[in-house]
Design a protein around this ligand. Structure first.
Ligand code: ZN
Length: 463
C-alpha cells in the first residue's frame, strides 16, 4: 500500500494523506494551508489526488488546517462519506461556514475594486453552499468501535484530547491476505489538561503517522502558567484596568473561561464583568456545553451541577457589532475576550485601538503569535503599533502567557507513542516544522531506538 502526503509535511498546515491499497483510496483529513501567501496558493485539490476516485474521507478534527479543503474536494467530484465524530462534524461545520463567509465577503470587496480597475472578476474559493454539501456527506462515528470504511479497510476513532471531537484514527488495511495497522495521531492534546480527556495511545501499530507541532519543546507546567495568569489579573483588577484577551474561538476560549471560573470559585479574584465578544467563540462555547459528555469528569461535574454557570454569572456574550461597540463605554475592571487570536483581524482590534494607550490596561496573549501579526509585535515589546490604519502608543501592560497550548509537547508525544513501541512500528513524522521534526526524531531514536521517516510534501511512502 502507498500513502501520499498532500500537506503537513515539514510544516504544520494542510494535513491531507491519501492511502491507496489494492481495493481502496482513502483520505485522512483534507486541510487548508494557512499562514503565508506561498502556502495558501496550494489550497487546491491536486489532479493526482483523483477526487472522484476517493472512496471515503476520515476526519481527525474540525480545525481548518485539517478540514478546510473538504469543500474543494466535493466541488472536484468527491461524493463519498466523510467519517467524523459528532463533535468534529459540529466544529467543522462552524469553522468551514465562518471561512466561507469570510471568503465570500473578501471576494466581493476585491471585485468592487476590480470592477473599478476594469479587471476580470474573481470567484470565491468556496461558498457557504459548498460547506452545506460537505455537511451532507458527514457520517457520524462513535469513539472506540471498529467500522467498515470500504472494501478491505476498517477504522476506529479514539480520543486525541486536542479539541472537542478530536480523534486519532486506527486503520486496519488488508492487502494480499495480510493486514497492516496504520495509526494517524491527528493533533494530540496534552495529558492531564483541564476540560479535555487524555489522548488514548495506540497499543499496537505497524505504521504511525505522528504530529510534531511541538516536537522540539516542553511546555511550562500548567500550574506555573495559572499562577502567572492569576497574578496579572489581580494587578489589573487592582488598577481598575480593562483586561483584553485576544482569543482563538475553539478550545482556547473555553480553557480561559474555565480557569477564570476556577479563580472566582476559589475567591482568588472577585466576580468581575466578563464579556465574550466573538460570535464564533460564543457558538464554539455552546458546542462544548452541548457535548459535555466528551469532556473530562471534572468539567462534566462542574457543568452538570450548575457550578460553572454560578461561577460565571457575570459572563455576558456580545453577538452584534452594537453590543461590541457598547463595551467602549464601560469602565474597568472587566475582562474582554475577543477574536482574532493573533490580533490580525476581528473585534479585538477595536478594543486594542481604544485601550492600548492606557497604562491601566492589561493585554494577555494566550496563544501562538505568527511573525508579522500585531500580537507578535505586542509580545515582542513594540512601543507603538498600527491598528486599522492608526498608530497607537502602547502604554498598556502586555503579557504573553504560554502553557495554555492545546497541543502535546515532546514529553506528551513520547508518552503517547510509548505503548506501541514494544514491537517497534515505522514512525512517520508530519505536521511540524523541520526543526521540531528533527528534534522529535532525535528523541524517539534515543528513547525507543526507532529511526523516523521525515517525508516531504507530495512524497509517496510505500509499506
Ligand atoms: Zn488542530
Amino acid at each position: 500500500m502507498h500513502v501520499t502526503l498532500f500537506g503537513a509535511a515539514n510544516e504544520v498546515t494542510g494535513s491531507c494523506y491519501l492511502l491507496r491499497s489494492e481495493s481502496a483510496r482513502i483520505l485522512v483529513d483534507c486541510g487548508m494551508f494557512q499562514g503565508s501567501e506561498r502556502l495558501e496558493l496550494q489550497n487546491r485539490i491536486p489532479a493526482q489526488l483523483g477526487a472522484k476516485t476517493v472512496n471515503a474521507v476520515l476526519l481527525t478534527h474540525g480545525h481548518l488546517d485539517h478540514c478546510g479543503r473538504l469543500p474543494l474536494l466535493t466541488k472536484a467530484g468527491f461524493s463519498g462519506p466523510i467519517f467524523a465524530t459528532e463533535g468534529t462534524a459540529a466544529i467543522a461545520k462552524l469553522i468551514l461556514s465562518d471561512a466561507a463567509k469570510i471568503e465570500e465577503e473578501d471576494t466581493a470587496r476585491e471585485n468592487r475594486q476590480r470592477k473599478k480597475d476594469h479587471l476580470p472578476l474573481i470567484k470565491p474559493v468556496f461558498r457557504l453552499r459548498d460547506v452545506e454539501q460537505v455537511c451532507r456527506q458527514f457520517q457520524i462515528i462513535n469513539y472506540n468501535h471498529w467500522f467498515d470504511v470500504t472494501l478491505g479497510v476498517k477504522a476506529q476513532f479514539v480520543e486525541a484530547g486536542h479539541i472537542l471531537g478530536s480523534s486519532s484514527i486506527l486503520l486496519d488495511v488488508s492487502e494480499n491476505e495480510t493486514s497492516k495497522r496504520l495509526v494517524f495521531s491527528g493533533d494530540l492534546g496534552r495529558f492531564d489538561a483541564p476540560i479535555m480527556c487524555d489522548p488514548l495511545p495506540p497499543e499496537r501499530a505497524d505504521i504511525v503517522f505522528l504530529e510534531s507541532t511541538y516536537g522540539d519543546r516542553n511546555h511550562p507546567p500548567l500550574a506555573k502558567t495559572l499562577e502567572e495568569f492569576e497574578s496579572q489579573l489581580k494587578a489589573a483588577i487592582a488598577r481598575k484596568g480593562k483586561i483584553l484577551i485576544p482569543t482563538f474561538a475553539v478550545g482556547r476560549t473555553q480553557q480561559i473561561l474555565y480557569q477564570i471560573a476556577a479563580m472566582i470559585r476559589r475567591g482568588a479574584i472577585a466576580a468581575l464583568p466578563i464579556y465574550l465578544d466573538s460570535p464564533m467563540a460564543i457558538a464554539a462555547t455552546e458546542l462544548y456545553t452541548k457535548h459535555i459528555v466528551f469532556m473530562d469528569e471534572e468539567a462534566q461535574n462542574l457543568q452538570l451541577t450548575g457550578q460553572l454557570e454560578t461561577d460565571l454569572t457575570t459572563l455576558k456574550t456580545c453577538q452584534t457589532a452594537e453590543e461590541s461597540k457598547a463595551l467602549n463605554n464601560i469602565e474597568g475592571p472587566c475582562i474582554i475576550l475577543a477574536g482574532a487570536g493573533m490580533c490580525n483581524a476581528g473585534r479585538i482590534l477595536h478594543h486594542l485601538l481604544r485601550n492600548l494607550n492606557s497604562p491601566e490596561t492589561l493585554v494577555v496573549i494566550v496563544g501562538y503569535q505568527a511573525k508579522g501579526s500585531i500580537g507578535r509585535d505586542l509580545i515582542e515589546g513594540a512601543t507603538q503599533v498600527k491598528i486599522l490604519g492608526e498608530t497607537v502608543r502602547v502604554r498598556a501592560t502586555v503579557r504573553g502567557i504560554g502553557g495554555f497550548s492545546a497541543h502535546a509537547d515532546q514529553k506528551d508525544l513520547l508518552r503517547w507513542l510509548r505503548p506501541c513501541t514494544t514491537t517497534p512500528p515505522k514512525v512517520v513524522l508530519t505536521h511540524g516544522e523541520s526543526h521540531a521534526i528533527d528534534q522529535l526524531a532525535y528523541a524517539i531514536k534515543k528513547e525507543f531506538d526507532i529511526s523516523c521517516l521525515k517525508p516531504k510534501q507530495g512524497e509517496t511512502l510505500q509499506f
